[in-house]
Design a protein around this ligand. Sequence first.
Ligand code: SF4
Length: 879
Amino acid sequence: QTEQDWQWDKTVCRFCGTGCGLMLATKDGRVVAQKGDVENPVNRGWQCVKGYFNAKIMYGQDRLTQPLMRMKDGQFHKEGNFVPVSWEQAFDEMERQLRKTYAEKGPEGIACFGSGQWTVQEGYAMNKLFKAGFRSNNLDPNARNCMASAVVGFYSVFGTDEPAGTYDDIEHTDTMILWGSNMAEMHTVLWSRIMNRRMGNPDVRVVNLTTFRNMSSDGADLEIIFKPNTDLAIQNYIAREIIARDAVNWDFVNKHCIFATGPSDIGYGLRPDKEYAFPAEQDIIAKELKVTLDKYEAIGQRRKEGEVVEQNSRGSAGAHWSISFEDYKKALEPYTLEFVAELAKGDDSESLDDFKAKLQQLADLYIDANRKVVSFWTMGFNQHQRGSWVNQQVYANHLLLGKQSQPGNGAFSLTGQPTACGTAREVGTFAHRLPADRLIGNPAHREFTETHWKLPAKTINPKPGSFYGKIMRDLEDGSVTWAWVQVNNPWHTHPNANHWIKAAREKDNFIIVSEAYPGISAKVADLILPVAMIFEKWGAYGNAERRTQHWREQVPPPGVARGDLWQILEFSKRFTVGDFWGEQPVPGLKAAGYEDGKLPSILAEAAEKGYSPDDNLYEVLFATADNRTYAWPDPVAKGRDNHTVNLLGDGWFVEKALWQEYVHFGRGVGKDLADFDVYHRDDVRGLRWPVVDGKEGTWRFNEQYDPYVTEGAGFEFYGKLAKAIPSGDLDGVTDATPAPLPGKAKIFFRPYAAPVEQPDANYDLWFSTGRVLEHWHSGTMTRRVPELHRAVPAAVLWMHPEDARERGLQRNDLVWLESRRGKVQIRVETTGRNTMPKGTCYAPFFDEGVFINKVCIDAACPISKESDYKKCAVKVYKV
Ligand code: SF4
């Protein structure tokens, strides 16, 4: 073969939220080469080591190529072995089980674990099938455990979701501050851009705030190792310093901000468990940390007495209210340098004075009027029992300084998954959301969605569904018994995993897992559906700088594997609207104005719209998208065993029709996306929204760059969007309510609160988990790439050498890593890319053989419901 025979096409990386562009070469139905796309402004041709192997993930030897179902004596049996079945058999059983569950439990009895790795069209189709077709909101993506806390931060501070900045900030700024974000491993190409900027500009500074020394420390000018959870206190120290040094940008703050706070007693977002107590947070603060919160509590007292400027929510965990600057300042008083340094110093080998000096340097960098500052974060903030609060705090400091929404100035939340922004957030695949910032709990939003979908009024169930961790609990208590997993490995990645696997397997549950490889969730499943992988289907992703990138199918999938979208649409063809649109049992609807206990029938309204109960669900939901009728290439109906149809010819208009229907949601409300064909032009490498009059948006909320800002306002924190999309009752599920404010951002005070579990005499070490550069999430794809597997074949436990010695351990010893929830065997590592401070250990979660999530705690931020993977208490001892 010569390169002349190869066909090259633009595409995107399958992995992280950076969103690098790739060029892919195909020949005879196989990917033969790939390279970074030099035309793509995100990565300019660079890739990280995972990125190089995008194509190889498709060619693992144990790729699933046929549906597999647990069978005994020729039929489905919960305790049977996996047996290959046809798509028809698979869908027959799925349908039978769904009908059974629905008849018993109605829409509340079914659920879907979705994904921030779904393509936009996949997420959009499943969202529509569940929320309009099945009338169930029990659909939640794994993005819940990735960046739900960031979403709360955006909504509550700005009244709208998603980052204000762009990656160009890196080239515009003087100062980059990483808050618990090991970008050198997790956003490697962005890190290369940071290092490029740093090395070419001696005045640029990079700070790495972290709980242990990692690869990002190598490129940092200042490394601050803090004790887990104390970032909340450090943020408050910086805010206090800004005020103490008279550095508040009053012109900016007076015009564009208000001050706010909320209740401190919001719990830990999960049920109390026999094995560990949940002490009242103020007790911990008062007894262990000796902080006097009198002044903070006084604010709460005045709230009770009615001294409230603005009350934004009906008292859920996301409730908050306005306060005066004086109250804000008083609340910060306890966070002196001395107090915060003693609380937060994370490395015993460092002196308190040295740590204090570092905190002062950090404050200096933020406050220096001649410096532009960008703060980056990802899971370190988001996977935090106070994840929503710490997101709000980082904005507070940027807003106080007026360093927000300008080139090189701003707080920038990165995403872990490739389309956490594009699919989870923009499409609204969360249990409480609808497309483009709309909310299930808001009647006007439901009505807009129903009208746009040409569906009867009251189709959408007004009760927000179960979030990710709640679906796990629903499967345990039997309130959900039918669940479909797509692009996601929930029983590998959810914390306290043993507990949830047992719950899922022991009950009378029917679990369907669409998967490319047999990971842990596939083993939990009753039915496995083989999927087409990224280059075997069309799709679109949205990255962390709001850049939407589309790609075309390049090669066919193996065997009879099919894309997730194909699976969604084909399954929908099995039902009529009459199956779901009659009266349904849904307890707890009274608050939404529905007769308690019933979701009303919409068959009369449907008849008025010309629908009969016998109309096929697929036809009603999908075949009329964009007023076009289309047919998906249908190998089952046409009796084909193999994927002989090149979807380049057949499938594009399904994707296009869904896209064109979807984009109407964002237009006019600040989330404008371009037409399908624009993204597929050769000269386009994605576009950052809002795309208005053919021009992409850059810095949101800034009049110079954002067409949604009122002329002459300078900055506007989206009064227009807040007006267009009024606030809704979130039923305490998640997301603080968008502010009905005239375009102002909120500067929140949030107190430090200790985590629910801390090292003690029995479990004496902090433990944290995360990723490694070479592997993607649960490793189902990257562990099939020989080069990546050889590079990092197994997870190891990084420990401080003295911690190891004190336990009679040395490097490479096999140990038990044990928490109150479970234990795993793992080998000790005391050197290499991570250097742990004494008292803290770390292991990545990619390795199925070292099942780290058995150990992790299922504590969550009570506002966002995002799990905390970054801290729990463990003990380590020799096997
Ligand atoms: Fe770029 Fe992330 Fe892919 Fe690496 S994994 S090539 S940084 S998108």
